[in-house]
Design a protein around this ligand. Structure first.
Ligand SMILES: [Zn+2]
Length: 399
């Protein structure tokens, strides 16, 4: 393929969303169309920033790749043939999100340097959140808070974000955040006098356009600190989700936002303690309940069966009850509790609970299994007790 170079319009004007161009090449690769143009406003995935989406002559561009010195526009159908004119349109919301996120990343990276001398060694800008890898093995919450506040101040200053093209000795006169390894002309993103970075990305026109930077946490990666953040519309969308969640909780728990954590902690502690008391009570009541269930056993051809729904026990307690009842009656207990069909057989019955479960599973379409004395199937419905009983009787040969 002839080497074709694209004039990258986004280099000079990241706000440009519509453009005209001429198709230089069009090939099919792996069942998808790859189109190159003499000029393009589409940003290809590179430098940690994701590609733009949009259309060329109305054909959806689903991926944009930087290859062979050109911008490769990927589509499912053909855009046209070499020489054809195309009208290009870049999706505004996605471009806007990328501009906010990438400018936020530059601001955050420089904030960590200014405050603590922490260098950014890698960057990831995703659809859901962005992250920067700092050359540190740990970081404190206070440092994260400070960086977030610092970045917010930079945003509110509305410093202009400008694009410089520099080469040769000019490069040395610029205080670049990181010295690039490649030669030739450099594209530099300048944020006021705050940050100079060699970068090919699409950025905001000034720092206020970023809107908001929220650090959402950090994790360890390769012995380094990975700081996750949200910017602009991502942060606003996240705020909306969080607001809705806390708003619903404050209404249902009738408390203020500041009391939520304490309130939920208290409820969780109470819940644990109640579950403990309940388990103890159920254990105490077990002999009585076993006797009650044993009392309603039916006898079919000399075999005792208890078939019942249990609506006040969790699966594990009901399973214990089933086993005790099966022993008590020296028969079979089939209980429905907690969405489970529980099968237990008494030791002297000569029956195998796992085998019964297997046969029930084939008839009822429920999944599960078990051992020789106890088994269970999931997805059980207490309203279908009659159906379960009929299936059990047919298995035991008494249908
Ligand atoms: Zn950048």
């Amino acid at each position: 393929m002839r080497k074709v170079l694209t004039d990258r319009l986004y280099y000079r004007d990241p706000a440009l969303l519509e453009f005209d161009a001429t198709i230089l090449s069009s090939v099919v690769r792996d069942g998808r169309y790859v189109t190159t143009l003499d000029r393009s406003a589409f940003y290809p995935t590179s430098g940690g920033q994701l590609f733009d989406t949009g259309s060329l002559n109305g054909v959806r561009i689903v991926d944009v790749v930087d290859a062979e010195g050109s911008v490769h526009h990927i589509s499912e159908t053909s855009v046209g043939k070499p020489g054809d004119q195309v009208a290009g349109k870049v999706d505004q919301p996605r471009r806007h999100m990328h501009r906010q996120q990438h400018t936020a990343q530059h601001i955050l990276s420089q904030s960590f340097i200014k405050l603590f001398g922490f260098e950014t060694v890698s960057v990831h800008l995703g659809d859901d959140y962005g992250s920067i890898e700092l050359d540190q093995s740990s970081i404190t919450t206070a440092q994260l808070d400070q960086a977030e506040r610092f970045a917010a101040d930079v945003i509110s200053c509305a410093w202009p974000v400008t694009i410089l093209f520099v080469k040769g000795s000019e490069i040395e006169s610029i205080p670049l955040r990181k010295i690039p390894t490649r030669d030739g002309e450099l594209r530099v993103i300048k944020i006021g006098e705050f940050d100079y970075s060699a970068c090919g990305g699409t950025h905001c026109g000034n720092t206020s356009e970023v809107g908001l930077i929220k650090i959402t946490g950090w994790e360890k990666l390769r012995g380094h600190v990975l700081v996750n953040f949200l910017a602009g519309v991502q942060a606003v969308d996240d705020y909306k989700r969080r607001f809705e969640a806390t708003d619903a909780l404050t209404k249902s728990l009738t408390c203020g936002v500041s009391d939520l954590v304490a309130k939920v902690d208290k409820l969780a502690t109470e819940g644990r303690s109640l579950r403990k008391s309940l388990a103890a009570l159920q254990k105490e009541l077990l002999p009585t309940r076993v006797a009650n269930y044993a009392g309603v056993a039916i006898v079919v051809s000399g075999r005792k069966l208890v078939v019942s729904a249990v609506d006040d026990m969790d699966g594990s307690s009901a399973s214990q009850l089933g086993s005790a009842v099966a022993e008590e009656i020296s028969g079979v207990a089939l209980l429905v509790a907690d969405g489970k069909l529980l099968i237990a057989v008494g030791q002297t019955t000569g029956l195998h609970a796992g085998e019964i479960a297997k046969s029930l599973s084939a008839i009822l379409g429920l999944r599960g299994g078990g051992s020789n004395k106890a088994a269970q199937l999931g997805g059980a419905d207490p309203a279908k007790l009659q159906e379960y009983q009929a299936a059990l009787l047919s298995i035991l040969g008494h249908a």
